[in-house]
Design a protein around this ligand. Structure first.
Ligand code: ADP
Ligand code: MG
Length: 221
């Protein structure tokens, strides 16, 4: 019975995902079709239409590439990896985007902490959370990674100075396609949770006293 339950739960997530994908792709397709028909009818203002059409195609592109990531078979390429190294890599990757907004990325805590993980997957988690932190911040300031290495767990936290997350949407984070952003896909936190779960790790969210939020990744040793 337990197995059945697990299986039906998986089915409903897959179903939820399928419905979401269909919806998310149908909208830009409908709009593309509309603009093509207008162009076909020889309407004026071509340049503006082309621009919108490119943006709609980009939406489909982003969604499909994020979904491809989910469907990739789980390569089990796990070994002990330095957390500082992985944070360094993602900071180099997203540094320019942060700089543009006047955001400094700091790292604080255990220098030598390591976890047994698939490096590219955990880097994907760090990228998703760092990207969200950068996108959340409307004015210059700091994003800080804290690394804590204790007897039982390794905890990586990422703290931003954005507006924080309204109480009423917290439970929706990680639902496929839940986004409050104009150009968001709403897949980042879902993928993050999925990767962490496969590493027997969990994600916790807390609000900072001075505003902003902190995402904690907790790995058991
Ligand atoms: P996306 O970034 O495409 O919107 P995510 O799954 O990464 O999708 O995030 C879902 C939603 O969670 C975001 O649209 C935003 O509302 C909220 N969120 C995530 N991270 C933060 C953060 N650091 N600060 C404020 N809100 C956040
Ligand atoms: Mg995101």
């Amino acid at each position: 019975a337990e197995e059945m339950m697990i299986r039906s739960e998986k089915m409903s997530v897959a179903g939820q995902l399928a419905a979401g994908i269909a919806h998310e792709i149908r909208n830009p397709l409908t709009s593309l079709k509309g603009f093509l028909q207008l162009l076909q009818a020889g309407v004026k203002g071509k340049e503006e239409y082309y621009q919108i059409m490119v943006e709609e195609i980009e939406k489909i592109e982003t969604i499909t590439s994020e979904l491809l990531f989910i469907s990739k078979p789980l390569t089990d390429n796990r070994k002990m990896e330095s957390i500082k190294d992985m944070i360094h890599d993602v900071t180099v990757l997203l540094g320019p985007q942060a700089k543009l907004k006047g955001i400094d990325i700091r790292v604080d805590g255990a220098d030598k902490a390591q976890i047994n993980c698939d490096r590219s997957q955990i880097k994907q988690v760090l990228i998703n959370l760092l990207k969200n932190a950068i996108e959340a911040m409307e004015s210059p300031g700091f994003i800080t990674f804290y690394v804590k290495d204790s007897e039982e767990v390794v905890k990586i936290s990422i703290s931003d100075e954005g507006p924080g997350i309204p109480e009423e949407i917290i439970h929706k984070l990680g639902e496929p396609f839940f986004t409050t952003k104009q150009t968001g896909t709403g897949l980042g936190i879902m993928i993050t949770r999925q990767i962490l779960a496969s590493h027997q790790a969990r994600l916790e969210i807390s609000q900072n006293e001075k505003g902003g939020s902190t995402f904690h990744m907790i790995f058991h040793k």
